[in-house]
Structure formats: C-alpha cells, structure tokens
Design a protein around this ligand. Sequence first.
Ligand SMILES: Nc1ccn([C@H]2C[C@H](O)[C@@H](COP(=O)(O)OP(=O)(O)OP(=O)(O)O)O2)c(=O)n1
Length: 123
Amino acid sequence: MENTYGCSSKTTKDVSLQEIRDRLAEFAEVRGWVQYHSPRNLLLALVGEVGELSEIFQWKGEVARGLPNWSSDDKEHLEEELSDVLLYLVQLADICGLDLGQAALTKIVKNAKKYPVMNQTST
Ligand SMILES: Nc1ccn([C@H]2C[C@H](O)[C@@H](COP(=O)(O)OP(=O)(O)OP(=O)(O)O)O2)c(=O)n1
C-alpha cells in the first residue's frame, strides 16, 4: 500500500481513535496510573513528546517528503515519537470527555468554510 507521498506503508488495517483510546485506558488502569493522568499532566507529557519529536528534525535542514534519505532506524524513531504525541493527545481528549475524532472532522469542515477553494482556472 502507498501513502499520499508514494511511500510504501506496512499498514494492514485502519486504526480508530476509539481503539487507541480504549487500549490506553486499559494500559493506565492496570498500572494504577489513572490517578496521575490529569489534564494538566497529560498536556505536559504531550509537550515533552513534541520536544522529543522536534529533536529528530533539529539541525537537519529541510527534509524531503517521504524521507527518502533516512535510515530505517531514523524512520522507526520518528514513528515512535509521532506515536507518543498521538497517544498523549488521545488520552488528553479522553480525560477531558471529548470525542477527538468527531471534533477533528468538525474542525476540518470549519476550516473549509474559512478557507474556500478559489477557482484557479480562468476561462
Ligand atoms: N504515565 C504514563 C507514562 C507513559 N505513558 C506512555 C505514553 C507514551 O507513548 C510513552 C512515554 O513513555 P516514556 O515517558 O518512557 O517516554 P519515551 O517512550 O519517549 O522514552 P524516552 O523518553 O526514554 O525516549 O508511554 C503513558 O501513557 N502514561
């Protein structure tokens, strides 16, 4: 399977935010970590992971789409840091009682109204 940028992807099925949310809720529950997962703590953890994600790109200069010159280790590292950001984001939305997937779709519709497609061709 190829993604938007023509890169091969090993994805075999769509993963829902709901599945991620449920898996994370169980992960925290069985470890007794729910007490630490306040909105503020999750936000700080999220920001920390965004910092780790930024470090991967730091000092590299511009990077080509699809990361053609990156090693598989570097790509795996990027996958992990992107995942950490997603996992804390999903947990933050969940603990706030929000439906992140629906909110994101609603925001896309709002964005489309704010930034309408301009007709590029003139006849
Ligand atoms: N209280 C916690 C602690 C961790 N995690 C999960 C979410 C992240 O996916 C990952 C973060 O774990 P680490 O804090 O060990 O961070 P890293 O995986 O980035 O490790 P390192 O900082 O050593 O690179 O674990 C979590 O859900 N709740």
